[in-house]
Design a protein. Sequence first.
Length: 135
Amino acid sequence: MALNILVVDDSSITRAMIIKTLKIAGLPLGEIHQAANGQEGLDKLQDNWIDLALVDINMPVMDGEEMICKVRARTEWENLPIVVVSTEGSQTRIERLQRKGAQFIHKPFSPETIGEVVSDITGLDNEPIEADTDF
Ligand SMILES: [Mg+2]
């Protein structure tokens, strides 16, 4: 099974890093979709089958927390695996997101962390690729 992934972050550089890291982590990837804010993220979810969303918190237009609240309010998305990837330091906010079923990864992140959290949340095994592999 290949995972269709949605990466939501206002930084295109961060999105590219997350995608590269997912590849290095050796996860079975299908389609990869990107969005620059929460509203775009909701639009991508509406138009595509997504198995996993990685979501930043601080973004213009609609932040990640509002996006996650809107996702969880929809029955078809209430069990969507969500990983928050953020510099967020507020434990209160992190716990609020965890209560909505989101896992949390601090930026900066390592390929190992992304691989472990994603394989844990999706139940899929990952086979890490040699770190010096070019993409
Ligand atoms: Mg941001």
